[in-house]
Design a protein around this ligand. Structure first.
Ligand code: PEP
Length: 245
């Protein structure tokens, strides 16, 4: 099976940015021909972002279809805004909103039966890395989603982001070797279950920036990045997009 996977550079603005910054990105983002670029925006900006340069994603969705869930946003609503991707299971959602593996799995199953492409986020806290339990930890995160989603996991899931929590927003990036080691594990674990996983895009996230992008994105099983802080600076983000091309 072909190992050629097109890279994806995905920005995650988190609860940052404003309408002016969005306009700057629409005007000044240089999307390379050989990679895909995505911005995951705060909900209020999703409806203002339609253009043909880059894809648009949300940062979360409700696990419910509709109903009395004040403040939540459904997949159907995102579809109405022509949103193409949704991040699911980001560690900040898992921490700030107590999202368990079970909730993440339910959101994933819903998203995989919609027209929106989920990006499943997994990754370990520092103490797990220090105890040498990284593979078991990410495997458990994957197993919860695999158990809930069944065949749809391999039939429809295109993108997983490995984001070690100790590297998110801390300026402490995983070395290219550390990141590749976990990406290689994820690829092998999933490919043993279904050969289609050889085509899944595995993104690295955790203080990826304009200086370290080239080395990280050159790794065999790193197919792009999920980028927080550096996705708020147009010049840095353009450098990262170039590094992916
Ligand atoms: C993220 O938000 O997923 C992320 C990786 O953030 P940062 O790049 O700021 O570490």
């Amino acid at each position: 099976m072909s190992e050629v996977r097109r890279k994806l550079v995905a920005g995650n603005w988190k609860m940052n940015g404003d309408r002016a910054l969005l306009n700057t990105f629409i005007e000044q983002l240089n999307v390379p021909q050989s990679a895909d670029v995505l911005l995951c925006l705060p909900y209020p900006y999703l409806g203002l972002a339609s253009q043909n340069k880059f894809s648009i994603g949300a940062q979360d969705c409700s696990e419910h279809e509709k109903g009395a869930h004040t403040g939540d946003v459904s997949l159907q609503m995102l579809q109405d805004l022509s949103v193409e991707y949704v991040i699911i299971g980001h560690s900040e959602r898992r921490q700030d909103h107590n999202e368990s593996n079970a909730v993440v799995a339910k959101k994933m199953a819903n998203a995989l039966s919609s027209n929106i492409k989920p990006i499943l986020c997994i990754g370990e806290p520092l103490e797990v890395r220090e105890n040498g339990d990284v593979f078991a930890y990410v495997q458990a995160q994957l197993d919860a989603v695999l158990a809930q989603c069944g065949d749809a996991f391999f039939e429809k899931l295109t993108t997983i982001a490995y984001e070690p929590i100790w590297a998110i927003g801390t300026g402490k990036t995983a070395t290219p070797e550390q990141a590749q080691e976990v990406h290689g594990f994820i690829r092998e674990y999933l490919t043993q279950k279904n050969a289609k996983a050889s085509q899944m895009r595995l993104l690295y996230g955790g203080s990826l920036n304009a200086s370290n992008a080239t080395a990280l994105l050159a790794q065999k099983d790193i197919d792009g990045g999920l980028i927080g802080g550096a996705s708020l600076k147009i010049d840095d983000f353009n450098v990262i997009c170039q590094a992916a091309s």
